[in-house]
Design a protein around this ligand. Structure first.
Ligand SMILES: NC(=O)C1=CN([C@@H]2O[C@H](COP(=O)(O)OP(=O)(O)OC[C@H]3O[C@@H](n4cnc5c(N)ncnc54)[C@H](OP(=O)(O)O)[C@@H]3O)[C@@H](O)[C@H]2O)C=CC1
Ligand SMILES: O=C1OC[C@@H](O)[C@H](O)[C@H]1O
Length: 413
């Protein structure tokens, strides 16, 4: 029942009355993702209007504008960026074009909401996020659009972890075979494609946030390359492992063409599972009988971190053991399980933060983007430029380990 109510509110949320001077957004490209990522969220945001769309082909932009009720059409990306009526741009272009168009937009003084991955590699990320245009007194805002981190479900999950005691973290995101054609932009090396660049970047972010720090080394990276006849520099799937400074190991598993028995499309629930090291519990009761100790291992799992507004669950499992200290003979074991959900901040890890149950991860993200542009404090959830650089360093480390070329660096300056 709760699920149906949420679904109804997600699909039919009423449009907001707009303020007199909203942030005027332009879209680069008539992209597939913009309706979910910004056009829909903007409808319920009183301070945002989507005023223009640019496409390489003006007719394509016209059709898109008509379909989504966008006032203005631009015959090219630069034309939109140069328009004084545009305050901010959303960039959902193929990965290989992110760097160039983000920099062009920043140079024109526009705020930038930039799709993930921010750039093709760490070299580009360095040049973009440390560019002089961002060193001025009041620089434009730029955000790599890792929408998931803005949702209370993800933040609540993080607050259940004890980063320094994490032994292992596992993060999986598979898309069943057949959803994306092998000709998709995600599988073209020249456009900086690859599954690690696409789904993998979410998983890389998961590990960075779970451990709360950067990895020391990529231990393994195993791609499954595109089938014969397609781009042989692109990974269709990737698993990779990193060691973090506390000795813990983080593993990612991403697949944009997941198959099961007989090669049929396979669905796997996206999740992150975190196992902590065994801790001795100093309790006055059970564990303190002469010669015995009470130990506990905590495992925290979030199911469906990607689309938590529809449904998610956070499972906290504590495995308790009473055993003899000398020879570790088990006297008693039991498991304590707790399930959490956080469709709102109140349900989750608290705080007077804004949001409604029906807000998607993208709507939460837009709220914080606007807060930054307006110079307000906001929820505290953010992805800094330095964070985006670290992201790409970690992605590059896996491509290097796999023996694959880094995605190509743009020649734009
Ligand atoms: N945040 C999220 O949940 C998601 C993020 N993404 C990210 O958004 C970006 C776009 O993804 P998606 O919307 O699926 O992509 P699309 O296939 O819809 O492509 C986006 C736009 O890229 C433009 N484009 C420019 N140059 C090229 C070219 N050489 N070949 C093909 N297209 C080109 C097209 O613009 P034009 O209209 O001008 O022709 C097209 O509209 C990617 O970076 C992806 O990682 C994607 C899905 C989900
Ligand atoms: O960002 C994304 O999220 C959802 C995926 O299905 C898609 O491939 C990816 O680009």
């Amino acid at each position: 029942m709760d699920f149906l109510r949420r679904l109804y509110n997600i699909l039919f949320s009423s449009p907001a009355t707009k303020v007199e001077t909203p942030i005027r957004f332009g879209l680069l490209g008539a992209s597939k993702i913009a309706p979910n990522a910004i056009i829909g969220p903007a409808k319920t945001h009183p301070e945002v209007r989507i005023v223009g769309v640019a496409a390489r082909d003006a007719e394509r932009a016209r059709v898109y504008a008509r379909r989504y009720g966008i006032e203005r059409v631009f015959g090219g990306y630069q034309e939109l960026i140069d328009d004084p009526d545009i305050d901010a741009v959303y960039i959902p272009l193929p990965n290989g074009l992110h760097y160039e168009w983000a920099l062009k937009a920043l140079k024109a003084g526009k705020h930038v909401l930039l799709e993930k991955p921010s750039t093709s590699n760490a070299t580009e990320a360095n040049s973009l996020f440390r560019h002089e245009v961002l060193q001025q007194a009041k620089p434009p805002v730029i955000l790599e659009a890792f929408h998931v981190l803005f949702h209370p479900a993800w933040q609540t999950f993080l607050s259940c972890l004890d980063p320094k005691n994490i032994v292992s973290a596992y993060s999986i995101f598979h898309v069943p075979r057949g959803i994306l054609p092998n000709s998709d932009i995600r599988f073209q090396y020249d456009l900086s494609g690859g599954t690690l660049m696409d789904l993998g970047t979410y998983k890389v972010l998961d590990l960075r946030q779970i451990f709360g720090t950067e990895p020391e080394e990529c231990l393994e990276a195993t791609p499954r390359m595109m089938p014969k006849g397609y781009d042989q520099k692109c990974d269709h799937a990737m698993t990779a492992k990193w060691r973090f400074p506390n000795g813990g190991v983080g593993t990612i598993d991403c697949d944009l063409s997941a198959r099961g028995a007989a090669g049929l499309p396979k669905f796997t629930m996206p999740l992150c599972k975190v196992v902590h090291k065994e801790l001795v519990i100093e309790d006055a009761g059970l564990g303190h009988a002469e010669g015995r100790e009470h130990v506990m291992v905590k495992t925290v799992t979030i199911l469906n971190p990607m689309f938590p507004t529809f449904w998610h669950r956070i499972d906290i499992e504590e495995q308790h053991t009473i055993r003899t200290i000398k020879d570790k003979k088990i006297v008693r074991t039991w498991t304590h399980k707790e399930h959490k959900k956080a469709y709102t901040w109140e349900e989750g890890n608290g705080g007077p933060r804004s949001g409604e149950k029906s807000w998607s991860t993208y709507r939460h993200q837009l709220e914080q983007f606007v807060n930054r542009v307006k110079g307000r404090e906001g929820s505290g959830c953010w992805m800094s430029g330095e964070d985006s650089i670290k992201q790409m360093e970690m992605v590059d480390s896996a491509y290097k380990k796999a023996g694959l070329p880094l995605r190509p660096t743009s020649t734009y300056h």
